[in-house]
Design a protein around this ligand. Structure first.
Ligand code: MSP
Length: 484
């Protein structure tokens, strides 16, 4: 009888995650870093789980704002964007963020796909010519409606004057998609996370939907409208298409469309939860699965942004805390779904209490005891009460802060047990086996913490595991040195 050969088919899921592509006239700040870190952590997590991952970030390089900033800097737009997009790449490198691809909208490969998609929307009858008259916020690159205004200004750019515009433009029949969008959201064809944001979008959609201008006559720095080269494509349409275009021109990524997760903050929800989906439907393309929206980092209650001049530079934080701790601190700080005020003092406080005196101290104590009371040799024993599912659930719900709190509650559990058991006393009393058992339990907890921390703090996670898996465990070097 011949042997039976089984072919084991491993079904890996595809996990495609994106961040907004950032305006290249800004310097990367902690707000941009937060979204990009969220994506990096989820990408690493899915890789650990064996999924096929594609993590995309990049820069948004066209439009009036960039054109004006380049002029002000005395550079050609291309030179300006080349220099500035590098700043984002450098920041991500400093934060150990590893995207699979960094897209730039001035890349010709991207521009080609933008033109193809728009041509398709045009051919399918969803674009017409009209006159746009109204206000425009260059800071947001957005046409403003009367009810967007606060004191006659854009609330996100209170120190800029909205520009009055009257132009002949091409319009997209956004209104034609209102019912389909409402139905798609209700039926869960795509999810808008969190629930409050979904309700906000649904509420606004129910009020009605106007067509939008999708081309500009007076902005030359952009992708030319394929059927009328006197106009350029509105920068937001050009930018949104990046999520799809990357899958078309980066080798072997075609199967990654539709994206699993678009990550962004609430400032650009409408573009991502309404306009993008309508464009995709009009181009007969598939919808993304999840639009996940987080809140803002604020400083003294105000949104951190370049135009308000209150930014924290992530590279400064790396200098102060080290890259591993910055990744931890930033992710622990914002509850994702709401805004969060941030300050260096808060970060220092958390570093001290949770990292240095928490995890770091517990790890030194346990490894020290293993070395002193058990000659460096113990057998980790399973601790059943740790709920790894809760960790995974928190990550799937984008609650990075909760996932980290859970791990730190396990560290506190160990600290508490040490205080109660007093292993030094037990050792003195000759209870060597019982001490070894407890040490086995605590090392198991710390090993698990080490493993699950991997997407957040890859190097720290690796050192924890390396020390605890050694044949002979010795007292570990401090994980988190004292701050200056
Ligand atoms: N270029 C557009 C996005 C096009 S995507 C097709 C844009 N760029 S941006 O540079 O202004 O980036 C906005 C995004 O940066 C937010 O949605 C968020 O991801 C991040 N953040 C910018 N400031 C932030 C805070 N203060 N707090 C948290 N995130 C913030 O919009």
């Amino acid at each position: 009888m011949g042997e039976l050969h089984y072919i084991i088919v491993v079904t890996m899921s595809k996990f495609y995650i994106t961040t907004p592509i950032y305006y290249v006239n800004d310097k990367p700040h902690l707000g941009h870093a937060y979204t990009t870190l969220c994506a990096d952590i989820l990408a690493r997590w899915h890789e650990i789980k064996g999924d096929e991952v594609f993590f995309l970030t990049g820069t948004d390089e066209h439009g009036a704002k960039v054109q004006q900033s380049a002029e002000a800097a005395g550079l050609t737009p291309q030179d300006f964007v080349d220099t500035n997009s590098q700043k984002f790449k450098d920041a991500w490198l400093a934060l150990n963020i590893e995207p699979d691809y960094f897209i730039r909208t001035s890349q010709v490969e991207h521009e080609t796909v933008v033109r193809e998609v728009l041509q398709k929307v045009y051919d399918r009858g969803f674009i017409y010519k009209g006159i746009y008259e109204g206000l425009y916020c260059v800071g947001c690159e957005k046409f403003l409606q009367t009810d967007d205004l606060v004191n006659n200004k854009c609330p996100l750019h209170p120190n800029q004057e909205p520009v009055h515009q009257k132009e002949e433009n091409y319009f997209f029949k956004l209104s034609a998609w209102r019912d389909t969008l409402l139905k798609s959201i209700e039926e869960g064809k795509y999810a808008i996370v969190p629930e409050e944001r979904k309700n906000e979008v649904v509420g606004k959609l129910k009020k009605g939907l106007d067509d939008i201008s999708i081309s500009r006559a007076d902005v030359s720095w952009g992708v030319k409208v394929p059927w009328d080269e006197s106009q350029t494509i509105y920068v937001w349409v050009d930018a949104l298409i990046n999520y799809y275009s990357a899958t078309q021109f980066v080798p072997n990524k075609k199967d990654f469309w539709p994206a699993q997760v678009h990550l962004l903050a609430k400032d650009i929800l409408w573009f991502h939860a309404v306009i993008w989906e309508a464009l995709l439907l009009a181009a007969d393309l598939k919808l993304p699965k999840i639009v996940a929206t987080h809140g803002f980092f604020t400083i003294d209650g105000q949104k951190m942004s370049k135009s308000l001049g209150n930014i924290i530079d992530p590279i400064d934080l790396v200098k102060e805390f080290g890259v591993e701790s910055v990744r931890y601190l930033v992710m622990a700080e914002l509850p994702f779904t709401s805004d969060g005020d941030i300050s260096i003092a808060r970060l220092r406080g958390r570093y001290q209490s949770v990292l240095a005196n928490g995890l770091g101290n517990c790890f030194s104590r346990v490894t020290n005891m293993i070395s002193s009371y058990a000659q460096g040799k113990i057998l980790p024993t399973v601790v059943k009460e740790l709920k790894v599912d809760d960790f995974e659930l928190a990550l799937n719900n984008f609650r990075f802060d909760q996932a980290l709190s859970l791990l730190m509650s396990w560290v506190r559990l160990v600290d508490g047990e040490i205080e109660t058991a007093k292993p030094w006393q037990m050792f003195k009393d000759g209870k060597v086996d019982e001490v070894a058992k407890l040490l086995g339990r605590w090392s198991y907890v710390l090993l698990l913490v080490g493993k699950l921390l991997t997407p957040f703090m890859p190097q720290t996670a690796e050192s924890i595991q390396k020390v605890l898996k050694a044949d002979t465990i010795s007292k570990a070097e401090p994980l988190f040195p004292r701050l200056n």
